[in-house]
Ligand binder design. Structure first.
Ligand SMILES: [Zn+2]
Length: 345
């Protein structure tokens, strides 16, 4: 990032925009005036710290995994906020290294949760490929799970590898997701991500599609849009400015300062910030459904062995215990999970 040296830097900070260093998670959307480029900046603070706190009882995450998961969570919030979709956006990395699975899930109201499954030893300073792409078999999946599915409707899933055109390993999650946005959405995107133990943050710059919107939201004029990929000068200029943002700056500077320093020469309109928050969607009912899916025989054998069935939510640490009576009820009263019939008025 270059320092602000323009004529208006003397009067900065703008008295109309009081500097505030928020302890609350925030997501800011902005639109560059008169050019087909939009941006978003997310800083997850309290929500990210809550995700880490929920893992403390299980020993917490190694710092390298924490960085990865924080970047995924920030990216998930940006991607959810950039599409118009009524359902969960689930960003998953299926790793072939010591991290088997990392998941960040973001709802349309920006409530979010994240978790990682570690099965091997994490070397200090491990890179993205050393964590999840040792043999170039790791992959990243983006799933859009509609909230109100019609019968037979499937979740939409796009998968991208963790390597580039020449099979070279990609060491930067932002770059992996830029490939996804280009391949699946036909959208030029610049994504800068960073996380530490306090903040998970990200900056997204995106060229607006030529007509209509991305394919997750509806149809676009593909021919016209493909002609525009990589060709828009405004997008190129603004994304180059964005790429000067350093990790340390993204983590330590407040939103007003970042946007002013990067884009003081690029007029843009900001919108009312949104407030991402931590929330877990687990419930006893969902766990019951999951146990029912395992089948009575499997559950009975666990009861015979351990006396009860205990399930811990990987996302929030909530513990669900089923004694033999509870467990039997899962199978004898399946109807109780159904919503009650609508009452006749
Ligand atoms: Zn939970």
């Amino acid at each position: 990032m270059r320092p602000a040296t323009g004529p208006d830097s003397k009067s900065w900070p703008d008295p109309l925009l009081p500097k505030k260093f928020s302890d609350m998670s925030e997501l800011h959307k902005f639109l560059f005036d008169g050019v087909p480029v939009r941006g978003m900046l997310v800083r997850l603070t309290d929500s990210w710290q809550e995700i880490l706190k929920r893992r403390q009882a299980a020993g917490g995450y190694p710092v390298e995994v924490m960085h990865l998961l924080g970047e995924m969570t920030a990216a998930g919030a940006l991607m959810q906020a950039s599409i118009k979709f009524n359902g969960a956006l689930i960003l998953q990395i299926f790793g072939d290294g010591p991290v088997k699975l990392a998941v960040a899930e973001v709802q349309p109201d920006l409530s979010l949760r994240a978790t990682a499954t570690i099965t091997g030893t994490i070397d200090p300073g491990a890179t993205l490929s050393q964590l999840v792409n040792v043999n170039n078999e790791g992959r990243c999946a983006i799933t859009l799970d509609p909230k109100d599915k019609f019968p037979g409707q499937q979740a939409y899933q796009g998968v991208v590898p963790l390597f580039g055109d020449q099979h070279e390993k990609i060491e930067n999650l932002g770059e992996v997701l830029e490939h996804y946005m280009l391949q699946s959405e036909q959208l030029d995107t610049k994504l800068i991500l960073a996380a530490d133990g306090k903040v998970a943050a990200g900056l997204l710059i995106q060229r607006l599609p030529v007509k209509g919107t991305g394919n997750l939201e509806g149809q676009i004029d593909r021919d016209a849009n493909e002609d525009a990929i990589g060709a828009n000068e405004d997008y190129k200029r603004i994304s180059i400015l964005a790429s000067t943002l350093k990790r340390e700056e993204l983590l330590t500077l407040d939103v007003d300062t970042i946007l002013h320093r990067l884009f003081w020469e690029e007029p843009h309109t900001r919108f009312e910030p949104l407030a991402p928050k931590f929330a877990c969607s687990c419930s006893r009912e969902r766990v019951s459904n999951m146990l029912r899916g395992l089948g009575a025989e499997e559950i009975e054998s666990i009861i015979a062995e351990r006396g009860s069935v205990g399930v811990t939510c990987e996302f929030c640490g909530a513990q669900y215990d089923f004694d033999p009576v509870d467990a039997a009820q899962i199978f004898t009263h399946p109807d109780r999970q159904q919503p009650p019939p609508a009452s006749v008025q």
